[in-house]
Design a protein around this ligand. Structure first.
Ligand code: GLY
Length: 317
């Protein structure tokens, strides 16, 4: 299945306390800062492992990724076509608590606001200026505004588009150059959580919301089975729901690496390649990552596993 072979890594046995993180599926092969990126995903996994609750682990992993400044989330978020910064984030726990925030601009760490929604509201998703007002009222740290790197990328991309050479917004190749969303899946005391955070796809339409704040799209967990976080072109992820499919395959008894590979292969068959990466962790503490893009940075940590982060790179065919 699939027009181009998916690439995967795993299984990694992490233990009963486990974290897997990613820094976004995309065209990483050409990036100049791969070392910083791999450090960011591995630091996020390591720092999350030292937390002592499921919620603490998940939020810590994503906050570290948002604060890294080298990934497309939080401080490093890419910009919309109009040069503005709007972010999406969401998370889910295996007791069916979930929270998401969409198109927010105020919080430095949108995942903290999503976590507050999951803990305090019956609603699942909040969007726009009123969500920003809530973040301010809660005393969350304010986002300092677009990073220099994001502004530089935005200007370059816009120039290319103006000259008719570059990408049109939301076309998959253009988006994928800059679709380095972040995500994490954690296991603690037999319980699972998963979440994602992003600045969205570069040059997106104002008000566009992707998969990252939506449970069942950007992330999904099922009690006693497993959890998954996705990255890539949000429009395909909302429609294809690869995380739900991957967790369903775990439920049917597939090993974690097979489930991850098959979920990406199905997605490729539906939408073509260069649009998806996933990380998957099962309830037994086995993790895997798979993608149909050029690369995806992955971090892993567990009480039974000492590992370095790595860049998963597409095999040449
Ligand atoms: N997967 C991130 C986005 O499409 O916004």
């Amino acid at each position: 299945m699939g027009t181009r072979a998916e690439t995967y890594a795993g299984p990694f046995y992490l233990g009963e306390k486990a974290v897997i993180t990613h820094g976004g599926a995309g065209g990483w092969r050409a990036a100049s800062n791969l070392e910083d990126v791999i450090n960011a995903v591995q630091s996020a996994a390591r720092e999350a492992l030292s937390e002592n609750s499921l919620e603490g682990m998940l939020v810590k992993a994503i906050v570290v990724l948002e604060d890294s400044g080298v990934l497309n989330a939080g401080l490093g978020s890419v910009l919309s076509i109009d040069g503005k910064l709007t972010m999406d984030a969401g998370l889910m726990y295996d007791d069916l608590r979930a929270g998401g925030v969409a198109a927010v601009t105020y919080p430095r760490n949108p995942i903290r606001l999503a976590d507050w929604v999951a803990r305090n509201l019956y609603h699942v998703l909040l969007a726009g200026p009123e969500a920003d007002k809530l973040a301010e009222k809660l005393g969350l740290k304010r986002h300092p505004g677009p990073s220099e790197r994001a502004l530089k990328r935005w200007k370059e991309l816009l120039e290319q588009v103006k000259n008719g050479k570059g990408p049109e917004w939301a076309r998959k190749m253009a988006s994928l150059l800059f679709a380095d969303t972040v995500g994490a899946v954690v296991l603690y005391n037999g319980r699972l959580g998963a979440g994602t955070s992003t600045g969205g796809v570069a040059l997106k339409h104002p008000a566009r919301v992707g998969d990252s704040p939506i449970p069942g799209a950007g992330f999904y967990v099922e009690k006693g089975v497993g959890g998954c976080a996705a990255t890539g072109i949000g429009e395909t992820i909302i429609l294809g729901r690869p995380c739900v499919y991957a967790v369903e395959l775990l439920k049917q008894g597939l090993p974690v690496e097979e489930a991850a590979r098959a979920a990406v292969a199905r997605h490729t068959a539906l939408f073509g390649s260069d649009n998806l990466g996933i990380i998957l962790l099962n309830a037994e503490g086995y993790a895997a990552a798979a993608m149909n893009t050029a690369g995806m940075p992955v971090g892993i940590a567990g009480n039974k596993h000492e590992a370095k982060g790595f860049m998963l790179l597409r095999r040449e065919e």
